[in-house]
Design a protein around this ligand. Structure first.
Ligand code: PMP
Length: 299
């Protein structure tokens, strides 16, 4: 079956779908995106993703290309036309097409593209889980990584460094020596006192992952002790466990950093427990509020 993409009001064959050469996303990375997990045909934490999309658009002063209601209808069409049960939908909105000029163009509609693909998450029970390796890398991104912008060049360079080192993720470290997040994930540790720690999302230093927010909620409901604070790579190496989260991969144990083992060098119990909790939640469409929490777009 051919894959179908949605591009500016039309459904097109994935291989033929295209945008204009002067789309500002293409020329300036002047746009934002979201990736939402689809579990059993349902979007996981859909409203939270659309809230974050709204925030990213607002921060960059890009208008919604359509109403939130229409967006949700198109998302469902894209999933339906691609016959996706378990997978990912990618939504990208750019400032639109205009003659190349750094300043904002006037009176042009934003461009929107949606694609979807089948992506089966590993089962919740993973007895043979061996975790992943990570490297460290200076956080070389701009100072607004809280905006989910398509400008991902530093993230790409860091991820590639990780791949070339045979690792899965690059843990980004700020100029003060603290971990911000991964190149495409949020980073957490479990201390020897069984406290789960991740960096706070209040300083614009990280993307406030929707999966991150979901895990925080799940941990609270499960009685796990959790704190938002900065931590260093030395602390991560001293920790019992280290893990990363994102909508696509959900949760993965990081068992080594720059070739040194984390804890006993094997995935730990906390990740196994969190994985079970998250998989159950995802099947039910997520755990975050099911209604928009900020409605800038009121149409
Ligand atoms: N941080 C960065 C830099 C990311 O790219 C991502 C995933 N796109 C995340 C964190 C995780 O975000 P989410 O849980 O919303 O997928």
């Amino acid at each position: 079956m051919s894959r179908i993409a949605y591009v500016n009001g039309q459904y097109a064959l994935h291989g033929e779908a295209s945008v204009h050469i002067e789309d500002r996303g293409y020329q300036f990375a002047d746009g934002v995106y979201e990736v939402i997990n689809i579990d059993g045909g349902r979007f996981v934490d859909e409203e939270a993703h659309l809230d974050r999309l709204d925030r990213s658009l607002d921060e960059l002063r890009i208008a919604w290309p359509m109403s939130r209601r229409a967006m949700k209808l198109v998302m469902r069409q894209v999933v339906h036309r691609n016959m996706i049960k378990d997978g990912l939908i990618y939504i990208q909105i750019t400032r639109g097409v205009a003659p190349r000029d750094h300043g904002f163009p006037h009176g042009i509609p934003p461009s929107i593209v949606m694609t979807a693909k089948t992506f089966k998450s590993l089962p919740a029970e993973q007895p043979d889980d061996v975790g992943v390796a990570a490297i460290t890398h200076p956080d070389i991104r701009w100072s607004r990584p809280d905006i989910k912008s398509v400008a991902l060049l530093p993230n790409i360079l860091c991820k590639q460094k990780a791949r070339e080192a045979g690792a899965y993720e690059a843990l980004l470290v700020d100029s003060a020596g603290y971990v911000t997040e991964g190149s495409s994930t949020n980073v957490w540790i479990v201390t020897k006192n069984n406290e789960v720690v991740t960096r706070a999302a209040n300083e614009n230093a990280i993307l406030n992952g929707i999966t991150r927010q979901a895990f925080i909620k799940l941990m609270a409901a499960d009685g796990l002790s959790f704190v938002e604070r900065k931590f260093t790579i030395a602390e991560a190496l001293e920790a019992k466990e280290c893990f990363i989260t994102a909508s696509s991969t959900r949760i993965k144990s990081v068992v080594s950093i720059d070739g040194k083992p984390v804890g006993n060098g094997h995935p730990g119990e906390t990740v196994a427990r969190l994985r079970r909790l998250y998989w159950t939640a995802a099947e039910a469409g997520g755990v975050l509020p099911k209604v928009p929490t900020n409605i800038r777009e009121k149409r």
